[in-house]
Design a protein around this ligand. Sequence first.
Ligand SMILES: Cc1cc2nc3c(=O)[nH]c(=O)nc-3n(C[C@H](O)[C@H](O)[C@H](O)COP(=O)(O)OP(=O)(O)OC[C@H]3O[C@@H](n4cnc5c(N)ncnc54)[C@H](O)[C@@H]3O)c2cc1C
Length: 469
Amino acid sequence: MNQKKKKVVIVGGGITGLTSAFYLNRAINQYQLPIELTLIEANHRLGGKIQTEYKDGFVIEKGPDSFLERKSNAKQLVQDVGLEHDLVRNTAGKTHIVVKDQMHAMPLGAVMGIPTKFGPFLKTGLFSVQGKVRAACDYILPRSRVEGDQSIGSFIRRRLGDEVAENLVEPLLSGIYIGDIDQLSLLSTFPQFYKAEQEHGSLIRGLKKMSKTASKTTLTSKNQGVFLTLKNGLQSLVDAIETQLKDVTIQKGVSVKDLKKGKDGHYELNLNDDESLQADGVILALPHPMMAELMLDKNYLKDYKDMPATTVATVVTAFNEDAINLADGVGFVVSRHSDYTITACTWTHKKWPHTAPKGMALLRCYVGRIGEETVVDLSDTEIEEMVLEDLKKTLNITAKPKFSIVTRWMNAFPQYNVGHYQRMNEMHEALCKDMPGVYVTGSSCGGLGLPDCITQGKVAAEKIRAYFE
Ligand SMILES: Cc1cc2nc3c(=O)[nH]c(=O)nc-3n(C[C@H](O)[C@H](O)[C@H](O)COP(=O)(O)OP(=O)(O)OC[C@H]3O[C@@H](n4cnc5c(N)ncnc54)[C@H](O)[C@@H]3O)c2cc1C
């Protein structure tokens, strides 16, 4: 009986691989599927980019800190592992934008940086009068005739002008993708912008209509935060999944060196401890720089291997709350035309009050952006000094922090440049023909936010099941 079981190996124990393991394991138990599951993770811990540190009563996220509620698969996973009572919603509040040396509040009604309310847009000091008039042209400009993909930058510049693109959209969006808006793919990142333009003839009009429909169909009130996290940190989701993978063989501290098609339709995975594994099906849930090394000789992986990825560092600093005097709001982002090392700063204790003990403040800053990544090579002390210098300039903080934690994220943000989805589709098709039963998934493929990774992990589990049926 045991011999008839199909062997499935999941490579990579980040949230994508863990989600695949969780749902596949659940299906195996529920439907008594003859599948044996192994998870291989190079590190000695699971979770990949999810890393929570607990220090002096603080809950510190070094990597992702939350997920969008609207993309429902993340919340669903939390519910499926039984952690729904630990869900915490963010405190909604103003985000500020630093342009040159000035801090401006983001105009009310801006949807991912696209202004949709007339009054706040007219009053903001973010744009010149000419910039505002140029943005209003969106109402009369014709729809784009671009066939296929284009960059977010060229799309926004054409509809709303350079000032809105550079002073509002770029700092917000590049904070998510850590990329260059003039290279990033519109269809792979914000397809809803294209849809709004095509359906309503104007981006502003389209987003206004879409956000009205969205607020009618969701239960969240207007001023409610749209992000969720877990009160004990996102690591608690990783730990809960691991506890529930009782029937799965988990090998930590072992990495897969290469993957080859063997005889009789089996696959062979060579490990760095000189062992090897045989598998009937494989899910590769690795970031692309690591994945490509496993299958070097595959031509159809060239575009995937060549995909750029950005390096940043996060710097968490803790202060006594009364030693710093923050404006109303939850943080700021910095435009490219500003002489700062920090690219974004979240006032974590305000956005997520559960993360800091009473009377303490926790700020989380990003440094490094595409084309300006060398700062990450500096020592922790040098990076901390530059961050403190910027905090002095922007927020007038002169106090010494209680502690700082610098975390480097090397090549951690895959760049979904123009044509990304098409290249991914071609890669998946070629892989399916060449190595049926092998699935490449995760943050380098179909979305890098946690909900997208979770969706991809779930889909990969379903594909493996379907492959054996
Ligand atoms: C600083 C930062 C902040 C972020 N903030 C947010 C946020 O707030 N909200 C949000 O939604 N998203 C956020 N993201 C994005 C999100 O965290 C990631 O896209 C997601 O966690 C990636 O998950 P993954 O499983 O695809 O990859 P990973 O988490 O990278 O996991 C891949 C795993 O594969 C393992 N591995 C690598 N090579 C091998 C090998 N050869 N053999 C075996 N194992 C191997 C690695 O050790 C790793 O554990 C953030 C990302 C970063 C870096």
